[in-house]
Design a protein around this ligand. Structure first.
Ligand code: IMP
Length: 194
């Protein structure tokens, strides 16, 4: 079994990633100790690189993977984007703030959005061996629907599934999400190269 440190303290991400990778002989584990890297990049890939560099200092696995992700709303020029986690102080306030900003835009065509996930895979010396960035498209609902997932999932309507991300089962989310699209590319690279 290949163990890979996932550069996050977000347990939801580790669980989602291990579910997506369930058919591979790979286990993604959290960094050892507290993990709170400074994310001062100007895009998702740069922030993923900030995280992976910090994770390398904490562990002893052969590879390190960072996932930097967020919600980008078209009519807000991509906001909250890389600031998705810092948009307000907790998940409910982040959702309320976004719904309030969009309250004067009732039409779904004005509420188009996507989740982005950038992934950077490094070896233990910090060399980037693979990177990718993927998107999942939809729009912002006018109220939260569904209990699953995390973060902005209850207000994100997944165009391909015709349901909110929070209404999808874990397995459905693992087959359509921005994270699964990116991770499947990482897994293909690992299968050929490790
Ligand atoms: P990160 O941990 O710095 O990558 O911040 C990601 C933030 O974007 C999270 O705290 C969520 O608010 C949001 N986010 C990323 N991926 C998802 C997802 O799959 N569902 C809902 N929100 C997400």
């Amino acid at each position: 079994m290949l163990k890979i440190t996932l550069a996050t303290s977000n347990k939801h991400k580790v669980d989602e990633i291990n579910l997506i990778a369930k058919d591979y002989d790979i286990e993604f584990v959290l960094p050892e100790g507290d993990f709170d890297p400074v994310e001062d990049g100007s895009d998702f890939l740069q922030n993923a690189y900030c995280k992976v560099k910090e994770a390398i200092k904490t562990g002893s696995t052969k590879y390190y993977l960072a996932d930097d992700s967020g919600l980008c709303v078209d009519c807000l020029d991509g906001a909250p984007g890389i600031y998705s986690a810092r948009f307000a102080s907790n998940p409910k306030e982040r959702i309320d703030k976004l719904l309030d900003i969009l309250k004067d835009k009732p039409n779904k065509k004005d509420r188009c959005a996507h989740f982005t996930c950038a992934m950077v895979l490094c070896d233990k010396k910090g060399k980037v061996v693979f990177q990718t960035q993927k998107k999942c498209f939809g729009y912002i609902l006018d109220k939260p629907i569904g209990e699953g997932g995390f973060g902005y999932d209850p207000i994100f309507f997944v165009e391909s599934e015709k349901m909110s991300m929070a209404q999808l089962s874990k397995e459905q989310k693992a087959s359509v999400s921005h994270r699964s699209l990116a991770l499947n590319e990482v897994l293909s690279w690992l299968v050929k190269n490790y």
